[in-house]
Design a protein around this ligand. Structure first.
Ligand code: SF4
Length: 341
């Protein structure tokens, strides 16, 4: 499948089938932590980079397999980039609601919520997961590196309007990068921006996987926990944050979805794995949770030929070894991440 991937397991969403609207990265931000790699160029105009009918055809194929459909908990619309830049988004969401009763989640970087038409298109969703990493221009520029036409105040205003209009769940994601958007001033500004919004929970995150930029450093678990506690107190909202590496799973990370790959041929299995790591760097343990191959060592053995032939890269980030597709450039060596040959 070209657009559908997974299911992956997220702590909050359960077994989530991903629908990736773009075949290559297309975004109006160039976040320093982006798991989809660096942007070729920033794009801030909605368009039809991939044909809506092809995406809908894949959704129909998936949904015609009752056993596979039964094995998932939720559809999650995402993209290598910003999904709301796809002009067919509204049609795709309406189609999903028409052909399945499964809940529908969508991720967005919030930038296009300035447009009433985008806010309206998101209405069929059951869960919207918008992100807002900073409410101070300096931090927004440093972490998200936006297209020049984007205005932070307008984005916050659009997100606030959307939150007051959308009747279902909104989980706001905030990704913190050490030294760039985690100061007390940043937290105060974020809390002030969030105050008029109607949101259901906040998901704090940090740089958990190999980033494209060496300057994208993670916060320690203790720091995240302290910020979560103070944000919970200030906003009165539940605030989640990822467990330390090895004891849990950040939102959206692949975990224990047992599924059809168990019976795939080695080649088909490798193809599915490449398909998965093209979307985000994965550790052997991540892949084992999804593909159930008998342990991370078996995953490493299976992937060794792909590393040797340079279809995949391996790198170490914060003490964990990750696999990345070769189309995503390796990060430069840093104090927390380095190539692993
Ligand atoms: S908004 Fe998402 S896809 Fe776009 S650059 Fe940031 S992390 Fe990457």
């Amino acid at each position: 499948m070209k657009y559908i991937f997974g299911p992956v397991h997220s702590r909050r969403l359960g077994r989530s089938l991903g629908i990736d609207l773009f075949s290559k990265k297309l975004c109006n931000l160039n976040c320093i932590y982006c798991e989809a790699g660096a942007n070729a160029a920033l794009v801030n105009k909605r368009g039809l980079a991939t044909p809506t009918r092809e995406i809908i055809a894949e959704i129909n194929t998936f949904c015609s397999d009752v056993a596979r459909l039964d094995s998932i908990d939720v559809f999650t619309v995402t993209a290598k980039g910003e999904p709301t830049l796809h002009l067919g988004l509204g049609e795709i969401l309406l189609h999903l609601k028409k052909i399945t009763s499964k809940p529908l989640a969508i991720l967005t970087n919030s930038t296009t919520l300035t447009q009433a038409s985008v806010r309206d298109e998101l209405m069929p969703a059951d869960i919207v997961i918008p992100s807002l990493d900073a409410a101070r221009q300096e931090s927004f520029s440093a972490v998200n590196r936006p297209a020049s036409s984007l205005d932070l105040d307008a984005i916050i205003d659009g997100l606030t309007r959307f939150s007051q209009q959308f009747p279902q769940q909104i989980w706001l994601e905030i990704l913190l990068v050490r030294g760039l958007n985690d100061s007390p001033e940043d937290m105060e500004a974020l809390q002030a921006a969030i105050a008029p919004m109607r949101i259901d929970r906040i998901q704090l995150n940090t740089v958990l996987r190999p980033p494209p930029e060496a300057t994208a450093l993670p916060l320690s678990h203790d720091r995240l926990r302290a910020i979560a506690a103070s944000m919970e107190k200030a906003t009165g909202l539940p605030v989640d944050y990822p467990e330390p590496s090895g004891t849990g799973h950040a939102s959206g990370s692949p975990t224990s979805a047992r599924h059809q790959f168990r019976h795939s041929s080695p080649d088909a299995l490798r193809e599915e794995i490449v398909n998965m790591v093209q979307r985000r760097p994965c550790s052997a343990a991540d892949l084992e949770r999804v593909f159930q191959l008998g342990g991370p060592e078996q995953v490493e053995q299976l992937l060794e030929p792909l590393v040797k032939t340079r279809i995949l890269h391996r790198s170490v980030h914060a003490g964990t070894r990750y696999y990345q597709a070769s189309s995503i450039p390796l990060e430069r060596p840093s104090s927390t991440s380095k190539p692993d040959r």
